[in-house]
Design a protein around this ligand. Structure first.
Ligand code: AMP
Ligand code: ZN
Length: 491
């Protein structure tokens, strides 16, 4: 069975047929770099990394992608946004805004790269930054205005949704329903409340570029437009010279577009409207994939709920591969409930798999795993095979093959780092290996030392636990007045 993917655009699972099999082209919306990425943001990163790995496996050898392979994966960085401006002004009040913005975006981008690498994600083929593509965005806006799909109004340029008959096709809603249910900003200069911003004016001091559509004042692009311009630049304009006749026959179209389910409307709907109207095409991308949402311990993740987990924080306690496996145990379109209990189980699973395949060997790819992944990225099914007997044979007949299969499957899932010598790092091992029983033995020995007023020994024991990553807390029991010692894993 070949690759099949659930397409939000058609609401069905479809056979995947690339436009040009010599260069399979995929775009995934990347981060807005103003703050640490959270564990929900990690989901699309991991899911689309598995798809990228699978595509590279299914389309091996040389091709037209910029790296000489047959798959081009573009994931952008949004480095112009109101949230970035606000963060820059807050964190660097003494710097000119432009410099402060550069500080915020470069530090956030560096952290983002460290996070995704720790999660086992391959770098995308191209990682364009919005501010490097302002000229392309301006050209696209002028094009849309010339063709009658957009209009300037009060220093803004707006997309005229009424001009596009099937606006709403991706999110499956009609313009009338949208207007009735929307809480959109009803700006007096909009012809229709659903018209969205392609370009807006910059306030003095804010980053700004020469405006399109004859607007005199400097401005900046709208978020949706960025992805339309960057995907076309890297998946069509730059790809053109190496595309086959089949690819050239479908100008400006590409294969896969991905992101979280919250991006379906308005972000992806608007990307489609801009790209299709600017280029006069029937589709922007042929397959639209969306991952479900992640919640933490049964609740929506929110700063106010106190359950907001950044990738960076989680990486202090868990190896990236544990986080990754825990993510892949749920199918990407289902909601996922992120719990500590599941992370612990994922750690135990990886320990077991690692034991099987610890010696280096040539990878072999299990047909069952490939088939499961090819069925709309069924990672829970794929990982379930790794528990099966074929992967755990011991003795002369079968052990070598079991190892080879384990190597192959872990590589496809992006979990092969667990096979590195010394995985996981010492810092994780310490936390994992210390069992509560051992800690209590230490605590009792310390209480005995204190009872004998042997303070030096009591302190030594506390320091020893500290070095193992365990912090002790002493408190008086309010009823008995006795000293009670509790412990926690240090962050
Ligand atoms: P944002 O920074 O909000 O633009 O999100 C970046 C990516 O993470 C997008 O693809 C979002 O759809 C995705 N995302 C954000 N929050 C979650 C969540 N809680 N669960 C799953 N995906 C999410
Ligand atoms: Zn986008």
């Amino acid at each position: 069975m070949g690759l099949r993917l659930y397409n939000t655009l058609t609401r069905t699972k479809q056979d995947f047929v690339p436009i040009d099999p010599g260069n399979v082209r995929m775009y995934v919306c990347g981060p807005t770099v103003y703050d640490f990425a959270h564990i929900g943001n990690a989901r699309p990163l991991i899911v689309f990394d598995v798809l990228y790995r699978l595509l590279r496996h299914l389309y091996p050898g040389e091709g037209g992608a910029p790296d000489g392979s047959r798959v081009t994966y573009v994931r952008n960085i949004t480095d112009v946004d109101d949230k970035i401006n606000a963060r820059a002004a807050r964190d660097y009040p003494d710097l000119p805004l432009n410099e402060a913005i550069r500080e915020v975006t470069s530090r956030t981008e560096a952290q983002f790269h460290a996070d995704v690498a720790a999660l086992g994600c391959l770098p995308p083929t191209v990682e364009p930054r919005a501010t490097d593509h302002i000229a392309e965005m301006r050209t696209m806006i002028d094009d849309l205005v010339d063709k009658g799909f957009a209009y300037p109004a009060e220093e803004h340029v707006l997309f005229d949704v009424a001009k596009m008959p099937d606006y709403g096709k991706l999110s499956n809603r009609s313009l009338d329903d949208m207007i009735a249910g929307a809480r959109v900003e009803v700006a007096p200069y909009k012809k229709n409340p659903m018209d969205f911003v392609l370009w807006k004016p910059s306030k003095p001091g804010e980053p700004g570029w020469p405006s399109p559509a004859g607007i005199a004042e400097p401005g900046r692009p709208g978020w949706h437009l960025e992805c339309s311009a960057m995907s076309d630049k890297w998946l069509w304009e730059e790809a053109k010279p190496t595309l086959s006749d089949a690819g050239l026959a479908r100008p400006h179209e590409f294969d896969i577009h991905g992101g979280g389910i919250d991006l379906v409307f308005p972000h992806h709907e608007n990307e489609i409207a801009q790209s299709r109207c600017a280029h006069g095409t029937d589709v922007m991308a042929n397959y639209w994939l969306h991952n479900g949402f992640l919640q933490v311990e049964g609740e929506k993740m929110a700063k106010s709920a106190g359950n907001f987990v950044t990738i960076r924080e989680l990486l202090k306690d868990w190896p990236g591969e544990v986080i990754r496996l825990n993510m892949l145990k749920t199918h990407y379109r289902q909601p996922i409930d992120w719990t500590l209990k599941d992370l612990e189980a994922a750690q135990r699973t990886l320990d077991k798999w690692r034991e099987v395949a610890i010696s280096p060997c040539e990878a072999e790819y299990s047909a069952e795993v490939i088939t499961a992944l090819s069925d709309d990225l069924n990672t829970p099914k794929a990982t379930s095979f790794l528990h099966g007997p074929e992967f755990h044979k011991r003795g002369t007949d079968g052990q070598q093959r079991a190892e080879a299969l384990m190597h192959g499957a872990l590589a496809l899932l992006g979990l092969d780092a667990v096979l590195r010598e010394g995985w996981p790092d010492e810092k994780y091992r310490k936390k994992i290996e210390v069992s509560p029983g051992v800690i209590h033995t230490f605590i009792e020995a310390r209480a005995a030392a204190r009872a004998e007023k042997n303070w030096a020994e009591a302190d030594r024991i506390r320091d020893e636990l500290d070095a193992m990553g365990i912090a002790l807390k002493d408190a008086k029991d309010p009823e008995t007045g006795e000293l009670v010692t509790t412990w926690e894993v240090k962050r």
